[in-house]
Ligand binder design. Structure first.
Ligand code: R5P
Length: 294
């Protein structure tokens, strides 16, 4: 395998360093800054000619990240890089995958077309594939989709006694059932009704028989945290023990993290697909293995 040269977009330094070490790669050096008018300046300082390039760029709050990412990829190609593999641990714009009202943009399609136009390959973790069964339905470049379930279940096994895994909605069943199987723990899945961006209603589960278990909420994304907060409320009414909240992707819009703690979460645990204080589960190994085994 050719040793890759690894470029870290701002904010991805920790994960990029692990990937760099794991692949015994070369560090890609570049400067990125903003002109006073807000436009982006980019200069690549490393020689990338004929090299396999990895660009690490997680894509929460994606809009301001996208244009610099596009520029660097275009520049890499102009400087004759052999290939560009994007490592995007959290892939945004996956949730708007359907036109709910006439005139609405299916942004997951547009976003996928754009990314596919300037990169050769993409590696990501637990993308929110809901109404779509595979990334190939929207991305025209090869995509390696990795799963954090095994990492989450070993964290649970090592840290929680008598866990009861809880999926807040039917969409979460895919992660929860997988995690529960590996953790050797029971699970239940609730019904969720989303009434608006910040308004979520969750049905009361049959919790009586799990009173002495520690509830562990598992979901792919924690964004406004309304889904988890609503679930916590119901668990409190059902007099369950304080719950641990595990999300793959720590999106945490605005004050969501503080609100989740205030709502009574005993602990909030996430994977390091998005840098956050709650990161306790390291995904670097599965990213490295995936790149090696391409
Ligand atoms: C839903 O489709 C996802 O699986 C998550 O349940 C959702 O994104 C969580 O969003 P929020 O934290 O805003 O309730």
């Amino acid at each position: 395998m050719m040793k890759p040269i690894v470029f870290s977009m701002p904010g991805n330094e920790l994960l990029s360093e692990s990937i760099l070490i794991g692949l015994e790669g070369e560090r890609g050096n570049f400067t990125e800054r903003q002109f006073p008018d807000g436009e982006t300046y980019i200069r690549i300082l490393s020689n990338v000619e004929e090299k396999e390039v990895i660009v690490v760029c997680t894509l929460h709050e994606p809009n301001p990240k996208l244009l610099p990412l596009f520029f660097i990829c275009k520049l890499l190609k102009d400087l004759k890089a052999r290939s560009i593999c994007l490592v995007v641990p959290y892939l945004s714009y996956m949730r708007q995958d359907k036109q709910f009202n006439s005139g609405e943009a299916i942004t997951s399609d547009y976003f996928a077309q754009l990314i596919s136009s300037f990169a050769d390959r993409l590696i990501t973790i637990d993308p929110h594939l809901h109404r779509r069964s595979s990334m190939n339905e929207i991305y025209s470049i090869p995509c390696n989709v990795l799963h954090s379930a095994k990492l989450i279940s070993s964290w649970i096994k090592n840290n929680i006694q008598k866990p009861l895994l809880i999926g807040p909605d039917s969409e979460s069943e895919q992660w929860v059932s997988e995690v529960a199987k590996d953790a050797g723990a029971p699970y239940i899945v609730l019904e969720k009704l989303r009434r608006g961006d910040n308004e979520v209603e969750v049905s009361i589960p049959q919790t009586e028989k799990y009173k002495d278990h520690t509830p562990v909420l598992v979901d792919d994304i924690i964004s406004t945290a309304r889904t988890m907060i609503e679930t916590l409320e119901h668990l409190k009414h059902a007099k369950m023990k304080p719950a641990i909240c595990i999300g793959v992707h720590a999106v945490f819009a605005n004050l969501a993290y503080d609100e989740l703690i205030k709502a009574g979460a005993k602990e909030v645990v996430t994977c390091n697909t998005i840098p956050h204080n709650s990161n306790k589960i390291d995904v670097s190994k599965i990213l490295i293995d995936s790149y090696k085994n391409q």
